[in-house]
Design a protein around this ligand. Structure first.
Ligand SMILES: CSCCC(=O)C(=O)COP(=O)(O)O
Ligand SMILES: [Zn+2]
Length: 209
């Protein structure tokens, strides 16, 4: 499902406001993109505050990352493009920097995934119809070299039963979907399950004192 550049600009600006209101876009963190009807990608300009985007904070690049309009593309453009190249049905990719997701990635210091099981919220992932499943949220090490992150996470993204999200340690969460709404739903559901499990741990500790 693709959109015009004008539709993408409006959708990504609105998404940035909503994610910032949730505390998932502090400072200039995060980046957002959408696949356009001509096959190019609308993407946030690097270094902008994503909760206060204006139309010049969105630009177009081709699938190789070459700018098609003015602006410096996000430093994480290659991670977005890798998702679009791997999954032709994907129409939008969102990346946030929530304290909960980053905190989880640091607490699960050596883990290469966080297991989510039993949550009714799992049904927010496309194609999931029951809580009675177990899925892996992949966790990869951070790097300033996007090719290193992409190579590290690719096998997990292609694994059977993979969910459309992954976590970069000490950095943030990536989520995607057929359009901006679906990508935001996946991001929000993943954040919600991380927060619910953190609350669960707090309650368990309180009860064992
Ligand atoms: C202060 S955020 C550091 C860079 C980052 O992780 C990010 O998500 C934003 O980078 P961009 O180049 O897309 O603005
Ligand atoms: Zn980032």
């Amino acid at each position: 499902m693709t959109m015009t550049y004008e539709q993408a600009i409006a959708a990504l600006i609105e998404t940035g406001r909503r994610l910032d209101n949730r505390g998932w876009a502090p400072a200039t963190s995060g980046n957002y993109s959408a696949r356009l009807d001509d096959g190019s990608i609308a993407l946030t300009v690097s270094g902008r505050h994503k909760g206060r985007l204006t139309r010049d904070g969105i630009m177009r690049v081709d699938l190789e990352g070459q700018p098609l309009t003015a602006g410096k593309p996000s430093a994480e453009t290659d991670l977005h493009l890798a998702i679009y190249r791997l999954f032709p049905e994907v129409g939008a990719v969102l990346h946030g920097h929530s304290p909960e997701a980053v905190g989880l990635s640091r607490a699960a210091a050596e883990a290469d995934a966080w297991i989510l099981r039993g949550h009714e919220m799992l049904k927010a992932y496309p194609g999931h119809t029951t809580h009675a499943v177990e899925v892996r949220l992949p966790i990869v090490e951070n790097s300033q070299d996007m090719a290193v992150i992409e190579a590290a996470v690719r096998p997990a993204l292609l694994a059977p039963g993979a969910i459309p999200a992954y976590l970069i340690r000490s950095h943030g969460l990536y989520a995607w979907g057929k359009d901006v709404d679906e990508a935001e739903r996946v991001l929000e559901a993943t954040e919600w399950m991380i927060a619910a499990e953190r609350a669960e741990r707090g309650f368990r500790q309180a009860w064992t004192r």
